[in-house]
Write a protein that binds this ligand. Structure first.
Ligand code: APR
Length: 273
C-alpha cells in the first residue's frame, strides 16, 4: 500500500471543513459479507433478478424463499457479521469530528454496529421489513415466527412484508437521496470506499462532490463547477471514478488503509502544537 497516499489522505482530512464517506460492499468483505461484483461475489452465485422490484411484487413468496435460502446457505451472512477495522476507523473519525456523515450503499447495518451515528442508508437496511400496504416497519428478528408459518410474511394489517432494502427498479428513499445529495454538494472531502461505482444514482455522488454535476441529478439544480473538493478513493482495484473524478486511489484493503489513515491522523494530532 502506498504510504505516501496514506499520509496525504490524513493531512487532507485533518485540514478539511466537511468530510463525508460513500461506502460500498467492499468495506464489509473483511467482515465476511461478500460483495457483489468481485470474483465469487453475490451476483456470481445468485440471479440478480431475484432482487428486481417487479419480481417481488409478482412473486413475493418465491423471492422470500430465495432470500431465506441465501441466508441458510451462508450466501447472505449479514445477520451474524461484525464490523471490521474499516468500519471502526470511520466511527472514530466521526467521534473526533473529522467525518460528518457516511452515505452507505450497504444494507448490513455494520456502520451502526461500529458506532457511527450519522449514517445515510441509500439502499435501506436488511435488518428491517416493511409492509407494502401500511408501511409499518418491523425488525427482521421480530417476524421469524411469521416467516416460519407462511411466505410471504404478512403485516398485522394483512399487507405483504418486504425486506426494507432497495430492489432494482425501486426508487431510492427520497429523504436518503436528498440528504446524500446535500452532503455531496457541501463537502470539501469525500472518501469513496469499497465501491465499483457502477450503480446509479450512488455512483454520481462523487461527481456532485467534485462539482461536476451529473445527468442523474440535473433536476436538483446542484453542481458548482468551481467547487473545490478532494475525492479520495480506497479500493482493491481502479473504478470508473479513478482516472476521471478521484484525486487519487489508495489501492488495497479498505480496512488496512482506513486503520493506517486513522493512526497517521493520531500521530499528526499528537505532534500538533
Ligand atoms: N478493500 C477494498 N476494496 C474492496 C474490498 C476490500 N476489502 N473488497 C472488495 N473491494 C472492492 C471490489 O474490488 C469492488 O471494486 O469493492 C468493490 C465492490 O463493488 P461491488 O461488489 O459492485 O459493490 P458495490 O459497489 O457496493 O455495489 C453497489 O450494486 O448490486 C447493487 O445494491 C447493490 O449496493 C449494491 C450496489
Amino acid at each position: 500500500m502506498d504510504t505516501s497516499l496514506i499520509d496525504k489522505a490524513a493531512e487532507i482530512l485533518l485540514k478539511a471543513r466537511h468530510t463525508v464517506a460513500l461506502t460500498g460492499a467492499g468495506i464489509s468483505t473483511e467482515s465476511g459479507v461478500p460483495d457483489f461484483r468481485s470474483p465469487g461475489g453475490i451476483w456470481e452465485r445468485y440471479d440478480p433478478t431475484i432482487f428486481f422490484y417487479d419480481r417481488f411484487i409478482a412473486q413475493p413468496d418465491f423471492v422470500w424463499r430465495q432470500l431465506l435460502d441465501m441466508h441458510r446457505s451462508g450466501g447472505l451472512t449479514i445477520w451474524s457479521a461484525e464490523p471490521n477495522r474499516g468500519h471502526d476507523a470511520l466511527a472514530w473519525m466521526e467521534a473526533v469530528g473529522i467525518l460528518k456523515a457516511i452515505i452507505t450503499q450497504n444494507i448490513d447495518n455494520l456502520h451502526q454496529k461500529a458506532g457511527s451515528e450519522h449514517v445515510i442508508e441509500f439502499h435501506g437496511n436488511m435488518l428491517y421489513v416493511r409492509c407494502l400496504d401500511c408501511a409499518c416497519l418491523y425488525r427482521y428478528d421480530e417476524i421469524l415466527d411469521e416467516i416460519a408459518r407462511h411466505l410471504p410474511p404478512r403485516c398485522d394489517c394483512g399487507g405483504v412484508l418486504k425486506p426494507d432494502i432497495i430492489f432494482f427498479g425501486e426508487a431510492i428513499p427520497p429523504a436518503a437521496l436528498h440528504e446524500s445529495v446535500e452532503e455531496a454538494d457541501c463537502c470539501d472531502v469525500m472518501l469513496v470506499i469499497g465501491t465499483s461505482a457502477q450503480i446509479e444514482p450512488a455512483a454520481s455522488l462523487p461527481l456532485i462532490a467534485k462539482g461536476m454535476g451529473s445527468m442523474m441529478f440535473h433536476f436538483m439544480h446542484i453542481g458548482k463547477p468551481d467547487k473545490r473538493c478532494h475525492v479520495i478513493e480506497i479500493n482493491r482495484e481502479p473504478t470508473p471514478l479513478t482516472h476521471e473524478v478521484s484525486d487519487f486511489l489508495i489501492q488495497g484493503s479498505a480496512g488496512e488503509a482506513l486503520q493506517m489513515i486513522m493512526e497517521r491522523i493520531q500521530d499528526l494530532q499528537g505532534k500538533a502544537p
